[in-house]
Design a protein around this ligand. Structure first.
Ligand SMILES: Cc1cc2nc3c(=O)[nH]c(=O)nc-3n(C[C@H](O)[C@H](O)[C@H](O)COP(=O)(O)OP(=O)(O)OC[C@H]3O[C@@H](n4cnc5c(N)ncnc54)[C@H](O)[C@@H]3O)c2cc1C
Ligand code: FES
Length: 289
């Protein structure tokens, strides 16, 4: 107790600064899969053997020593092996360095941070999971967790849209999900392509064929910012209530723990209060979407 509440000032408990707040733990890279020309999956394990204990939808700050840190979503559900996956798109300094790593390299990890998807509120509901592009990364962990306890959930529908066939992530897993009788998986690419014989059109073009029980449905949406307003409109037209539309937001982050203000959206901290919000929380928040 002395460690947690050491002093009182004017009768109020004062929390001492949390130790090691910015000190990363080491994690070893066990496996690397080149998912697409731009995205690679890293399978990691904490070097001290203590699992992260993360929830789907949370993120970690990944540190490339001497270069910097970047927030990256947990791409897998927690399991008994203690390993976890991150899927990284190469866009700049840190993500570029992560694309140069090899098996056996070590990175720093802070976290897990953020609220994650509220799995407990998804039980006994129909789930409409909507991913655009790299938005499938955090959803993969969610889908793994749902399928590990499939009996807790009702209908599971997954919509995944991407620009070109070569940008499709997690091909083997998508094939496995699509082969299940208890999952309705629908894929689409934005524009026709000679290597693609499936549905063509932006992700909202999958909505007209969906038969939903709106009152029982929770929609979980992760994708590029431009996708949100159109997908939210379709969900609302289908009758899904705003509090049942969940969105994961991406903002520039530095600390990841509510100290620096980089991720602030009015009174909300994306790193602490999010990154997962319901649309009812966001709709009156200026510039949230
Ligand atoms: C909660 C959260 C989860 C994320 N999950 C993933 C993930 O699973 N996989 C993944 O590949 N990326 C993810 N990102 C995005 C990732 O954090 C950024 O791409 C990364 O910080 C870029 O760092 P960098 O040093 O490589 O790029 P920099 O060299 O810092 O910048 C390169 C370019 O990217 C832009 N940029 C940097 N950060 C962001 C950002 N957060 N949003 C938009 N543009 C940015 C810069 O303005 C610049 O134009 C996530 C971001 C957040 C906030
Ligand atoms: S990233 Fe620093 S407050 Fe959210």
């Amino acid at each position: 107790m002395a460690d947690q509440l050491s002093t009182t000032v004017h009768g109020e408990a004062q929390h001492p600064p949390q130790r090691d707040l910015y000190l990363p733990r080491r994690a070893d890279i066990l496996e690397i899969v080149e998912e697409t020309p731009q995205e690679r999956l890293l399978r990691l394990k904490m070097a001290d053997g203590v699992p992260l204990g993360h929830k789907p939808g949370q993120f970690v700050q990944v540190c490339c020593f001497g270069i910097g840190e970047a927030p990256i979503s947990m791409a897998s559900a927690a399991d008994a092996s203690g390993t976890f996956d991150l899927c990284v798109r190469r866009v700049g300094n840190v993500t570029g360095a992560l694309h140069k790593t090899v098996v056996g390299d070590t990175v720093g990890i802070r976290g897990p941070y953020g609220n994650g998807f509220p799995l407990e509120t998804l039980a006994d509901r129909d789930l409409l999971i909507i991913g655009g592009g790299i938005g499938l990364v955090p959803l993969r962990g969610l889908i793994q967790a749902i399928l590990a306890q499939r009996e807790l959930y009702r209908k599971v529908t997954i919509l995944y849209g991407f620009k070109r066939p070569e940008e499709m992530l997690f091909r083997d897993e998508l094939a496995a999900w699509g082969a299940r009788e208890d999952v309705d998986l629908r894929l689409t690419i934005d524009r026709a392509h000679p290597d693609w014989s499936g549905h063509v059109g932006v992700i909202t073009t999958l909505f007209p064929d969906l038969a939903l029980d709106a009152a029982m449905t929770k929609a979980i949406v992760v994708g590029p910012p431009i996708m949100y307003q159109f997908v939210i409109t379709e969900c609302r037209l289908k009758g899904i209530a705003d509090e049942n539309i969940l969105l994961s937001l991406e903002r520039h982050m530095k600390c990841g723990v509510g100290k620096c203000g980089h991720c602030q959206i009015n009174g909300k901290y994306c790193c602490l209060d999010g990154p997962v919000f319901s649309f009812s929380e966001l709709k009156y928040l200026w510039e949230a979407i």
